[in-house]
Design a protein. Sequence first.
Length: 644
Amino acid sequence: MASRPCPQSMQASSPSPLNRNEDGLPGALAEETYRAFFESTDEGACIVRMIFDEDGRAVDFLFLQTNASFEQHTGLKDVCGKRRSELPPGQSDRWMRALGNVATSGESVQVSDFSAALGRWFDLHAFRVGDPAQAVVAVRLRDITEQRQVQERLASLYGLDTVGVLFWGSGFALLETNDGFLKMSGYTREEAIGKTWQEFTPPEFHAASQVAVWEVSNLGEATPYEKEYIRKDGSRFWGLFAARKVGDEVVEFVLDVTQRRKAEAALRDADRRKDEFLATLAHELRNPLAPLRNGLQIMRLSSPAEAPVQRTVQMMERQLGHLVRLVDDLLDVARITSGKVRVERQVIALREVLARSIEATHAAMEAKQHRLQVDVPGEEVHVEGDLDRLAQVFSNLLSNAAKYTPAGGQIRLHLAPQPAEVVVSVTDNGIGIPAGQQERVFRLFTQVRDHQSHFEGGLGIGLSLVESLVHMHGGAVWVESPGSGQGSRFCVRLPRVDGARAGSGRHDAERPRRGPLRILVADDNLDAAESLAFLLQADGHEVVTAANGLEAVEHAIAKGPQLALLDLGMPVMDGLDAARRIRAAGARIRLVALTGWGQPADRERTREAGFDLHLVKPLTQQSLDQALSLVEANAAREESRRNS
């Protein structure tokens, strides 16, 4: 960076300080020092000769030399050879006094001041050069306007009690802090000053803090993050940390987020307890549902020709099925919100999904004498997803349409295939949804206010469940309604896939005919055990019951059943311990866990205990057939082993 000496004509009357001459200015050694000073800095630099009045007061100065950065910092051009009095007015008198003192005393000075003429803040460092009689002063100056603006903004934050402000110096030792941080940390100002960041930071946060130190040192700013701080008494608080370099210092801001972190932990705990409550509620509800379903099946088998009884059984089965679906929906909502729902993806025909949904809601449609119009094109449309979960989606939509449409209503199920996607809509001429509430219907536990006084209510979970399941399949769901009393249209859009990869699907088959089996049923709920035993006996099987886990073990060893259906929550010995005892005794029995608990963790526990199958109460005929088929599979393996 080249220096700019004054023109030759000016040098004659004002010799350059870089050349020794008759005025006695610095010589060769000084010349090298000054040239290095001028050319090695990005700061503005100049050399001036002070001018004093008769009383020895500095009243002006003459510019002898400047470097290239001087103009960049000050905006002043061609000042060499000019006096300060020739420049625009408004220059600080404080600078004049400071430079005069440097020239007379020889003591260097550093001062920060505002130049009204230039509208900028400068940090000025001045020192005398050469013969004192020449009154020559070298000046280095730096534009610190931006830094001062930042400091002024920091000053407004400094007095806040809610935000900690810390100023770190060399080696990241604390130079200053505000009352806000002292209040958070419990230190006095005298105790805090001089401490390093490590003394405020727990060891497990040192690595992250080292990254922040590197960022602010090399990039000028650290990425905000949350960390713990150590108080004077050894306790800790959580702080949101942010830091930025300002000049030679680092400014750190700390916002105490301890209460927010505690609130978040309390929310997580409440959410966990909610999931546990829902799981327990489902278990407690499923236990009495099991004998009810068994009893209805017994009634159907016992009175096949009595029409009034059969109609009553059908009504009770519909209501029981509705209750079972509510329990399942409650559990599904809990699983989805906690991320525990798994979607078993396969390429499936949407026609089969809709057929299952129609079948599941047939009783509800028939009960209110609705006319269901199904518009499905002849071409096969495939999607990738979980057959059961998608059937659950459309069953919920059809069920809602049936519920909120007056008796004898019109409901339409329409499938509209498009090249890359497919839209399935359920339209009804029911009571509709006011415009202001259409965005709310998919929220959990939300119901349309106009519906509650005129139609049977619900828990407000069905549509929330629909939305979650559709999103898990990469789709979208929305509602359209002109308003109250004008019906509704719910639409589901799903990505369409090539059907070439479609499997054969899962179709209900006729129940296989089996030979009589020896079966053990163990449940402390006497109604559940006896009703299930009656159903199995009616199907030709030999059944023995047990009221606790210890009895189950004794029967399993003594009577040698082929299949054991064990409740988990039995007294004396629970089903898990009973299964372990049976396995340890070497009994070759197929074990089925029969329980109201159906979470993935519950299934893992039964698998580890030695169960072959985990079934959730109340049993359906399909799940019971699944349990019975275990014995056939076992017999087939034994036969194969004997023949090999």
